[in-house]
Ligand binder design. Sequence first.
Ligand code: FMN
Length: 382
Amino acid sequence: MSSLKYDTRYPGIADLKRRAKRRIPNFAYDYVNAGIDDEVGKQRNRQAFHEIELTPRYLTDVSSVDISTEIFGKRYDIPFGVPPVGLGNMMWPGAELALATAAQKANIPYILSTFSTTDLNEIARAAPDVCWFQLYMPNDIEVAKELIQNVKQAGFNALVITLDIPVGAKRNRELRNGLKLPFKLTPNIIWQSMIHPIWSIETLRHGQPDFVNVLKYRKDTNEGLAQFISSFTQAGVTLDRVKMVRDLWDGPLILKGIQDQRNVEESIDYGVDGIIVSNHGARQLDAGPTSIASLKQLPEYAHEKLTIMIDSGVRTGLDVVRAKALGAQMAFSGRSFFYGMGAMGKKGANQVIEIFRDEITRTLQQIGCLSFDEMDGSWLSE
Ligand SMILES: Cc1cc2nc3c(=O)[nH]c(=O)nc-3n(C[C@H](O)[C@H](O)[C@H](O)COP(=O)(O)O)c2cc1C
């Protein structure tokens, strides 16, 4: 028997991805896996991590290492969390609650999307110490205020405004699959549901996923996903809206999707506490820089004034350590968690967390770094 705390038949995220592809309908798999245009950005995101070399240091006792990290005055057990992923329960029914529950148990951040499919109050009850809320800025300012008020009342610990969806993306795979909510029974959707009976039975048991936290603001149920996102959200979050949120929200405020230095400066000027350097998993702009390239270009003062986090292309614990060598205190991986859910159902949440816990720990031991806090650019090979 292995002493590892995860199922060693699926020891890496690539194993979970392969299994997820078999177990869930193509429209759910494509929704998570898709990039945009030629889908080259996804590979570039991975490649950028591959190119970061770390030089190991030996002659050190590494029998015990500390992988915890402190951000916004709270220590998390692993420097790795669950980023916002809309429509989570489509990948696996009940995925969002399972992920939030697992995140609370593991003491890692869980970020609930505006376009999530579980009531935000239920998530706040399941993950009271680690839940953050991600805001897609509603067009309608009164809707924005109401949503922030609901999030505050529910007890979320941090608020993340996502900047990098000024418009809903045109993803050809999603368009071809005809994905709409509630599901429209097209021949593809019927066929895919028939050949994935476990997913279908679970979906029937849980009820069809829908954007429950913003449902009451939706007027047209005939809209595809991209149209709904475009009609609900402000076409480009403006600085006056960031200021409005800052005035309404006393807790940690984070901007997600930052890549340009001007936006870093504006984040500081507008009293933001942290940024997630991200290109949205290369789902919005295939030509964008990788998040690693953007992280490398952050000026020194950004690290002094903001908590720096990263996502887009993180697939291993080694990547989390690589990102820390470049100054990111916390990393997130969107698709990994949803490959885990697709592959293993609710057990997938724990599987992904434990894979990353193990890989981060081993990487630090391997390079001779006794704590994640100490990990810095001095380990970089170049
Ligand atoms: C299927 C899917 C849905 C997503 N939905 C949201 C969302 O609702 N809000 C948001 O801020 N980011 C969303 N993201 C982006 C993730 O938060 C994260 O930035 C991205 O997944 C990181 O890239 P990775 O998947 O390569 O790890 C989504 C990503 C995926 C894959």
